[in-house]
Design a protein around this ligand. Structure first.
Ligand code: ARG
Length: 463
């Protein structure tokens, strides 16, 4: 005879190898708080609807709270042979409250139960990601405020392109991260929808009130189709995608910081607390945190594809494959949280070197576009102006100097339209100052960006 909660029809007990292979308690115990909250809401609803007496419901709720305390005090007897978090908790509940514990599962299946727990878990964690992302945006905004006057080469193709302010460069990340928060918030509205009442797959014959459960749990609504409710995990795929995009953004900044910390650039120094040394080369100060973060991004993308691949081609409705949904999410959750908070701390501790950035402006002809625009101002069509400026660049390159180092006579050889005022046009600060189009790197535009981000951050704490 099997001693499992589902063991009625079994003569032989499960082999230990099967038990070890099919268990999920080693990872789904992370969902205990959501499981208990869901069960309390279910019990209260059963009491309200008269499926159980109010007194029975109250005893269940009280018992569930005792179970929760045991877990939080570290004295809960987790058992692998009870498979998962749901059966561990229900079994312990029955030990604590007696026979009535066996009534908790009325009108419910583990199929809708696990989906409810996981939806709550994903939603709770998404909210945490949003909070941490907002905190990181705050640091980007603060560091941008401090560095409005600092200029550095903006790149395309990793080649010097046009001068930009450091504030503008940093705010590019702030806007990416703001979209991440919005994406998470949008996703969370689809995640936090209750599947409870779908039961095994077809709904239930009990007179349940799924909306009451959803409301108690602060959910946005209830399922529309019981088969869909227990079968799909698109909500978790979406959340993993949100985490992936966010990590992708962080990894790009990591990559830039790694270059910037190289003495060839010398734009930044990491604080000692975010650097590591080499066991052989005494001079080394390595940006390991940024490198590992870039590497972990690969794992987070892998987790998205892990779940996408599990979901591919499985027939309706619940299949045990779905138990594998939690591992990638738990791993991504830990990685996203650590990465967001470490990045905030690392950016906070970063020292920028404006002198090095300014010196870098001098190589790479970052003002070549300015010369072309100057000529356009004098009436030359842009295509021709581009050509003239290109010839001046070739000449300066040959001499090993910047455009601004050529004499007026040398410049006039390329176009008689060039006059003394060209030198002002070639100044890097002016190049930046002139770009006040909305969203540009000009100081007025950057001030506007800072203002809008500040308002957004100051606004309602939810995105
Ligand atoms: N541990 C299972 C999971 O995570 C719970 C649901 C089990 N349902 C079932 N019919 N065996 O998916």
């Amino acid at each position: 005879m099997s001693d499992k909660p589902w063991g009625g029809r079994f003569k032989e007990s499960t082999s230990l190898a099967v038990e070890a292979y099919t268990e999920s308690i080693s990872f789904d115990s992370a969902l205990y708080a959501q499981d208990i909250a869901g069960s309390k809401a279910h019990a209260r609803m059963l009491g309200e609807r008269g499926v159980l007496s109010r007194e029975e419901a109250a005893r269940l709720i009280d018992g569930l709270e005792r179970v929760k305390r045991e877990i939080e005090e570290g004295v809960f007897p987790w058992k692998q042979e009870l498979e998962d978090v749901h059966m561990n908790i229900e079994t312990r509940l029955t030990e604590l409250v007696g026979e009535v514990g066996k009534k908790l599962h009325t009108g419910r299946s583990r199929n809708d139960q696990v989906c409810l727990d996981f939806r709550l878990f994903v939603s709770d964690n998404l909210r945490e990601w949003m909070k941490l992302t907002r905190q990181l945006i705050r640091v980007f905004v603060r560091r941008a405020e401090e560095n409005r006057e600092v200029l550095l080469p903006g790149c395309t193709h990793m080649q010097p392109a046009q001068p930009v302010s450091l504030a503008h460069h940093l705010l590019a990340y702030a806007w990416m991260l703001k979209r991440d928060v919005e994406r998470m918030a949008d996703c969370e509205r689809r995640v936090r929808v209750s599947p409870l009442g779908a039961a095994a797959l077809a709904g239930t014959t009990y007179d349940l009130d799924p909306a009451m459960v959803a409301e108690e749990l602060g959910m946005y609504g209830t399922f529309d189709n019981s088969m869909d409710a227990v079968a799909d995990r698109d909500f978790a795929e979406e959340a993993l995608f949100c985490g992936s995009v966010c990590m992708g953004h962080l990894s790009r900044f990591c990559e830039e910081l790694i270059w910037w910390a190289n003495p060839m650039f010398g734009y930044v120094t990491f604080s000692d607390r975010h650097s590591t040394g080499s066991s052989i080369m005494p001079q080394k100060k390595n940006p390991d945190v940024a490198e590992i973060m870039r590497g972990k991004t690969g794992r987070v993308y892998g987790n998205l594809f892990n779940l996408m691949t599990i979901m591919k081609g499985i027939p309706l409705t619940y299949n045990r494959d779905l138990q594998e949904d939690k591992l990638p999410f738990i791993d991504t959750d830990r990685t996203v949280r650590h990465s967001l908070s470490l990045m905030a701390d690392m950016l906070d501790g970063l020292t920028f070197h404006p002198g090095r950035m300014r010196r870098a402006l001098a190589s790479g002809f970052l003002n070549a576009t300015e010369l072309a625009d100057y000529l356009v101002g004098k009436g030359l069509p842009f295509r021709e102006a581009h050509h003239v400026s290109g010839r001046a660049v070739a000449c300066a390159e040959e001499k090993g100097v910047g455009l601004e180092d050529l004499s007026l006579e040398e410049l006039r050889a390329f176009s008689p339209l060039i006059e003394k005022d060209v030198f002002a046009a070639l100044e890097y600060d002016r190049a930046v100052a002139r770009r006040n189009v909305p969203g540009g790197t000009g100081p007025r535009s950057v001030a506007g960006q800072l203002k809008r981000l500040g308002e957004w951050l100051g606004g309602a704490e939810q995105a």
